[in-house]
Design a protein around this ligand. Structure first.
Ligand code: GTP
Ligand code: K
Ligand code: MG
Length: 439
């Protein structure tokens, strides 16, 4: 039997020890394995308490067994779950026992999901959404992931692909009858006005990808400014721990450091960087080079300056938003209009207001209340291809109908590749390698 047909098993629950551990089994041998371990196969989808024994009759543990005969299972194959006590030795003993069954082996990364995809239980966007759901750490990441995992986005793409395909069919029908004089032009007009509408829907959706990626990967906020402005003190104050070294020596920070924060349910990755100044010192220069590169890749820059000093507003290669922060406000009284906000990391002043500025920035970026947004480069690339093909189809009146129909076909194909309806075999290894074992 080749590897793809073998029955697979893995620990699907989290790290051990734990109260309960769940071992999942999928494949044609699943029911045979359950019968051998538990003496009989419990009724489908009913948790049943069983004594689990080795093939020599020794008791391994007692636990719940659930069976899901295919195709009504996660993978579409015969599946079983064994819920045992989550002790390391208990789980090791059961996994060792499972390895003795013929045509059974330990699952690879994401192999359960891969089988679900191959058996048509999920499409590619749903599979990616599931991976994101499992790794979601903030509420907004969870909400975005569930849109993908639960099929919201797939339905949108399939609806659009169907619309493109129907339009192409109508255009091709018109081509077939082109010799006959009595074909009304109005069908074609209706098709093209609908395609024009679809083009703006697609463009709007694609534009939401910036925000989708920010929700999924986190907003990149970079702290920048001259040496001793208090950059490292700020990252420490926001992280509530000593992430970075703070001294009164200018040029303390050299490497780029970061912490992940959860601000109002959004993932925010905050970077501390080397102080920006002219210097001949080799290590510091390298630090500054890295700082500027990090700034260029930022979504939002916090430009720090000690109160009284001007805050830098322009950074090479960065066109996004800059928030000017006057630091060490405790040293001098009185606000100065040159800053967006005055803070004191030492005393915690202004930090709540800074949180609010970051939240406002995120809200400004959000295209809509819905999180049915593309969130990966893969989605964006294919959406862009789909949009480009559709734009070609609608915007050149002079080209032949057959060419325009071909553009419609290409546009639908690109959408089909997002959900995996159209050839994606080469992509699968990359996508599933992100998964943990047991998913
Ligand atoms: N009074 C006061 N001092 C501060 C405050 N924030 C930082 N400092 C002091 O300013 C000095 C420099 O702080 P750092 O956080 O190391 O500054 P930096 O911008 O990271 O400096 P480099 O890494 O050298 O670029 C330290 O002595 C801090 O204790 C503040 O809010 N109030
Ligand atoms: K310093
Ligand atoms: Mg520093």
């Amino acid at each position: 039997m080749n590897a793809a047909n073998q029955t697979i098993y893995a620990l699907s629950s989290g790290s051990l020890p734990a109260g309960v551990a769940v071992i999942r089994i999928s494949g044609s041998e699943a029911m045979h394995v359950v019968k051998s371990l538990a003496g009989s196969v419990p009724a489908a989808r009913q948790a049943t308490l069983k004594t689990i024994r080795t093939r020599n009759g020794l008791i391994l543990d007692r636990g719940l067994i659930l069976t899901f005969p295919g195709p009504a299972s996660f993978t579409g194959e015969d599946c079983a779950e064994i819920h045992i006590h989550g002790g390391k030795a208990v789980v090791a003993a059961l996994l060792a026992e499972l390895s003795l069954f013929e045509d059974c082996r330990f699952a690879e990364h994401g192999e359960f999901s891969r089988r679900a995809l191959e058996n048509g239980k999920m499409d590619l966007v749903e599979v990616e959404g599931l991976a994101d759901l499992i790794s979601a750490e903030t509420e907004m990441q969870r909400r975005l992931a569930i849109e993908h995992a639960a099929g919201g986005l797939s339905a949108l793409y399939e609806g659009w692909a169907d619309r493109l395909t129907r339009a192409r069919a109508l255009i091709e029908a018109e081509l077939d009858f082109a010799d006959e004089d009595d074909v009304p032009g109005s069908v074609s007009d209706l098709v093209w006005s609908d395609m024009e509408r679809l083009r703006s829907e697609l463009a709007e959706h694609l534009a939401g990808g910036d925000f989708g990626e920010i929700v999924r990967d986190g907003l990149r906020v970079v702290i920048a400014g001259p040496p001793n402005a208090g950059k490292s003190s700020l990252i420490n104050a926001l992280a509530k721990r000593e992430v970075a070294i703070v001294t009164d020596i200018a040029g303390t920070t050299r490497d780029v450091l970061h912490v992940d924060l959860n601000i109002d349910g959004y993932a925010v990755r905050l970077y501390d960087t080397a102080g920006l100044r002219e210097t001949e010192e080799l290590v510091e220069r390298e630090g500054i080079r890295r700082a500027l590169k990090t700034v260029a890749d930022a979504d939002l820059v916090l430009s720090l300056a000690e109160i009284g000093q001007p805050a830098q507003t322009e950074f090479p290669g960065f066109t996004g938003r800059v928030i000017k922060l006057g630091t060490k406000a405790d040293l001098r009284a009185g606000a100065n209009g040159a800053y967006d906000l005055l803070i004191s990391s030492t005393f915690g002043h202004g930090l709540a207001e800074l949180h609010q500025l970051i939240i406002n920035d995120l809200r400004d970026r959000s295209p809509s209340l819905s999180l049915a947004l593309p969130s990966r480069l893969r989605h964006r690339t294919l959406l862009k291809q789909s949009l480009d093909a559709l734009s070609m189809a609608v915007s050149f009146d002079s080209q032949g109908l057959d060419i325009r129909a071909e553009h419609l076909r290409q546009s639908a194909n690109s959408l089909g590749r997002i959900t995996g309806r159209v050839d994606v075999e080469d992509l699968l290894d990359v996508i599933f390698s992100e998964f943990c074992i047991g998913k």
